[in-house]
Design a binder for this molecule. Structure first.
Ligand code: ADP
Length: 190
């Protein structure tokens, strides 16, 4: 099994690269942001609960995310592996993922951390707001999501560095060049 995590702040390009990696390595792409937006669109019980939280740029409570992750992995039991995109975002989620992996004798092979300068992030998020009209892509909410990222998600860097799976890939350049750097890292070191 090959399990990858795509890591980094909002706007860094995780979704784009995670989706390419899932196709290339034949893995299941798990984007928690996409799953939650679909729940909102379908007005499910979960969707109704998380709608306002997402619109404010805050994190959805861990218990919902952990349950969602367990259900998703259960649904794809025979998969060759997973590409996690937008998960884990808190230490508690990272611990839950680790426990889940241990239960099935798996592990996270790599955490691919994409990095771009802060001003480029904001520029990309503002563009995405124009293109996709997401309710969480307004200027104030963007700022809040970056603060939430620093507070809750950045601590995961140490968590994964300790496990020796953390790699940094520069997130600027063409989509294909960035993807080539990611594949190089996975193919040579996995
Ligand atoms: P981005 O691609 O900008 O990083 P996502 O599409 O991954 O954003 O997520 C959008 C929103 O969905 C987050 O701001 C958060 O409210 C919610 N969300 C997604 N994944 C998680 C998670 N693992 N834990 C808590 N909230 C999450």
């Amino acid at each position: 099994m090959l399990n990858l995590i795509f890591f980094g702040p909002p706007g860094v390009g995780k979704g784009t690269q995670a989706s390419k990696a899932a196709k290339h390595y034949n893995l299941i792409h798990v984007s928690t942001g996409d799953i939650l937006r679909e729940e909102i669109r379908l007005e499910t019980e979960l969707g109704i609960k998380v709608k306002d939280v997402i619109a404010s740029g805050e994190l959805v409570p861990d218990k919902y995310l952990i349950e969602l992750l367990e259900n998703t992995c259960e649904k794809h039991k025979g998969a060759q592996g997973f590409v996690f995109d937008g998960f884990p975002r808190t230490l508690r989620q990272a611990e839950a993922l680790e426990e889940m992996m241990e239960r099935t004798n798996c592990k996270v092979a790599k955490v691919i951390s994409l990095e771009v300068p802060a001003e480029e992030l904001v520029r990309r998020l503002v563009n995405r707001a124009i293109e996709q009209g997401r309710t969480d892509d307004t200027a104030d909410v963007i700022k809040n999501r970056l603060v939430v990222y620093q507070k809750h998600t950045e601590p995961l860097i140490d968590f994964y560095k300790k496990r020796d799976v953390f790699v940094v890939i520069p997130g600027e350049g063409t989509i294909d060049d960035i993807f080539a750097a990611i594949c190089n890292e996975i193919d040579n070191r996995y």
